[in-house]
Ligand binder design. Structure first.
Ligand SMILES: [Zn+2]
Length: 185
């Protein structure tokens, strides 16, 4: 083989490699786009507060009754218990819809003795179809948005600070990708 043909061979191999690199890059880009696409609509929620927040707590409603799958019912329960409003800031329905609860500027009434500096999220459910895939997606989206907005947030289940099963079978550590300290990693 002549030197020229070898050079030609080399350059065609290089062109093929460049093309493969290009295809790999395009593939990775497409995967990234898919991963970053917002799956959940958060546009109706106000995530801003001047309150100093450091921890987010996740709860469940401890009800399988579909008629309880809305923040208004939980608000009624909490008002009947003498609270000034529903104790949680956010309520996640089985269909993934996130409803606004207590104003984020107000301290929640959700983890007795551990309410100051926290944000409280409640998912509807107890056992059946709990959590739903839609709830997992919404919880993840909401917590990622909060994590982006506030420095140094950690995420926890109610049971970490109280003698309770709350939030039940929800694998919040896995869903949110938490380390042992509750930091999203
Ligand atoms: Zn709870």
């Amino acid at each position: 083989m002549s030197l020229n043909s070898l050079k030609e061979l080399r350059s065609s191999i290089q062109a093929a490699l460049d093309e493969v690199d290009h295809l790999i890059a395009a593939h990775l880009q497409a995967t990234d786009d898919k991963r970053d696409r917002p799956l959940v609509d958060l546009s109706h929620l106000d995530l801003e507060t001047e309150r100093a927040v450091s921890r987010v707590f996740v709860h469940y409603s401890y009800s399988d009754n579909p008629s309880h799958d809305n923040v208004e019912t939980i608000r009624r329960w909490h008002l009947a218990r003498g609270f000034s409003d529903v104790g949680y800031h956010f309520f996640v329905r089985k269909n993934g819809r996130i409803e606004k609860g207590r104003d984020l500027d107000k301290t929640p009434a959700a983890q007795k003795g551990n309410n100051t500096g926290t944000i409280a999220i409640c998912l509807h459910g107890k056992e059946e179809n709990y959590p739903s895939p839609e709830q997992e997606k919404s919880l993840r989206a909401l917590c990622m948005a909060l994590n982006f907005r506030y420095d140094g947030l950690t995420f926890h289940g109610h049971k970490e600070v109280a003698d309770t099963s709350c939030p039940g079978s929800l694998d919040y550590k896995g869903i949110l990708g938490l380390n042992d300290l509750g930091v999203m990693v």
